[in-house]
Design a protein around this ligand. Sequence first.
Ligand code: PMP
Length: 392
Amino acid sequence: MYGHMLANARTMPPSFPQFWARGEGACAWDVDDNRYVDFLCAFGPMLLGHRNPLVDEAAARQAALGDTLSGPSPRMVELAELLTSTIPHADWAMFAKNGTDATSTAVRIARVATGRTKLLKAAVAYHGANDWFTPRSAGVTPQDRANIVEFAYNDVASLEAAAAAHDGDVAAIIVAPFRHDSFVAQEPVDPAFARAVRALATRIGAVLILDEVRSGFRLDVRGAWEGLGVRPDMTAFSKALANGYAISALVGADALRESASEVYVTGSFWYSAVPMAAAIATVRHAVEVDAPALIREPGERFKAGLEAQGERHGLPVSLTGPVQMPLLVFADDPERTTAFAFTDAAVRRGVLLHPWHNMFLSTAHTVEVVDEVLALTDEAFAETATALRAAS
Ligand code: PMP
């Protein structure tokens, strides 16, 4: 397996499947026909459950007309209008395939708009796999990274220091709506930090880019920081935007419209109409049912249930971060021995969890599904506690 370690079963506990056969609703089946309740949701895309009929029917209707034509279809305009009417800070939208396309394009637009070079990002934070964002240095040069300046998430002083060190040359600040690094507890954004990032960007004339590739449409359909009253200049979306169809979007404020039309970005499939039709259906439905709110109750039940079971079995665990996309952190587990043993035991029982990356719930993960899962995780906790006691 190449690339991302998330896709490589060798880096996972032994029972994790490598190849997948199909999905439906909250469940997915591996190639050996084992059924799992899927708390990875393809690492985000499945916002409305696998093979959501509303989305798949919209995609099929467009597929019957044509997908990749010699330019965009009317779906592109409809999708842009839907996003700009849903997301208050968005006055325009452009589309690509991957989250990396959207974050990279945002940086380019910021450089055009400001005539500057530096990009401020939080240390460790993942914003994509291009030469300057990729977290692994294999195959990239120091020059590729030369314009990245890091600060600590939720730390206003370090952000101010990073900006001051490159006074006059900061093109953009890119930030995720909450801290969702792998391996460590997720952290909500400190509202004072969000406001400080906004104020700093405005003061120094830099562009504020919110990276909602992972969180988009799971926290707030209007944009994750809308509830805080903090509006970025651009936001990148992908993953959940079309419930599994390949598309990403970059939306932005009017002040950046000209700069956005100047950058050269394209791809062979960027105008494909089927994913745009799927995105329209996904966003419309997510707004209609308020997907983030709908997932909250099952998410809270899942969190409370697992935490109570962990306590009961002597394996205290926290589900950190938003309940729609929680990350498991066991107490006193620096080598993740407990996390690996527990998720392995859960996977053998048909519950696909993750030992060190945030997980994802969808609107198909109902309270009933969570209750079914909690009966199985209780057994997984019992087995793990027994095994760890025997090993110590
Ligand atoms: N930003 C964030 C926050 C992400 O989680 C990801 C993907 N995990 C990306 C950017 C890159 O998206 P993609 O893999 O679609 O290029």
